[in-house]
Ligand binder design. Structure first.
Ligand code: AMP
Length: 256
């Protein structure tokens, strides 16, 4: 490979996947007070793939840089990323402000330029907003090829082969660097960080930037959330003894 990989892995801090979110009183979003936050699971998979690539072929990978856009507390997910194997990291501190995918993509664009990255590996979606947009928008802004929903990534010579999950099969794409890859659930199973590596990660670089440091005045969100609602509650089912009873019940409920 002519140029070594400088991988950028954007990691989002989201409500832990195992927690059942509750809607806030104002019905504008999810209640975040007193709730456990973690690295977005798809970002964890993106990070794992990058680390495996570096472990398997150290001669191909120069660096893995993790970046998170969020509140100061998003440092936690960066420390986790460093403990798992990222070399360096950046927090873009935007306080408590929500940042839409297009604005995230614009900030990541700046980070790609700043870091001189030639491969960006993102989650296919963040499990809080389920947008599934950031990687695609970033590829558009950079004018780089993109492969979304990767279930396998291989690098041979100067080419990147990405297998994508599609309905009823797989789609294999070939592209050249620089490129953007978004990853799907079945790509790998992320590791846990060992205590020893968590301790070591405290010494790894974590750069803290404000928007102004990237030459950005403010976040220019274009969408307004009007209302967030719980799904309708499901009624308990009943058991019927036989088909006749089932048909009678369905008739009673006027569904047939
Ligand atoms: P989304 O388009 O919001 O579903 O997010 C897709 C991917 O974009 C995530 O898995 C992350 O890799 C990246 N991303 C989105 N928001 C952020 C953020 N605030 N900070 C870092 N990465 C992000």
């Amino acid at each position: 490979m002519s140029s070594k990989l400088r991988i950028l892995v954007p990691v989002k801090r989201v409500i832990d996947y195992a927690i059942k979110p509750r809607i806030n009183k104002a019905q504008t979003g999810v209640e975040t007070k007193g709730v456990k936050f973690s690295i977005n699971p798809f970002c964890d998979i993106a990070l794992e793939e990058s680390i495996r690539l570096k472990e398997k072929t150290p001669e191909l990978v120069e660096s893995i840089h993790a970046v998170s856009i969020g509140p100061a507390k998003a440092q936690d997910v960066l420390r986790t990323a460093l403990a798992k194997g990222a070399d360096t990291s950046t927090l873009i501190d935007v306080g408590e402000e929500e940042v839409e995918p297009l604005q995230v993509a614009k900030l990541l664009h700046k980070m790609v330029e700043k870091q001189g990255s030639n491969l960006v590996v993102l989650g296919k979606q963040a499990i809080d907003d389920d947008s599934n947009q950031t990687g695609q928008m970033l590829a558009g802004l950079l004018d780089w090829p993109q492969a979304t929903n990767a279930s396998k990534v291989e690098i041979k010579d100067d080419e990147v082969f990405v297998t994508r999950e599609i309905d009823g099969g797989a789609d294999v794409l070939k592209a050249q660097l620089p490129m953007v890859i978004t990853v799907d659930l079945r790509l790998n199973e992320p590791r846990y960080a060992s205590l020893q590596n968590i301790m070591k990660a405290k010494k790894k670089p974590l750069e803290k930037l404000k928007l102004a440091d990237l030459g950005v005045g403010s976040i220019d969100n274009r969408l307004e959330v009007l209302k967030v609602e719980e799904p309708p509650t499901r009624h308990a089912g009943i058991k019927v003894e036989n088909v006749d009873e089932l048909i009678a019940k369905l008739k009673e409920l006027k569904v047939i």
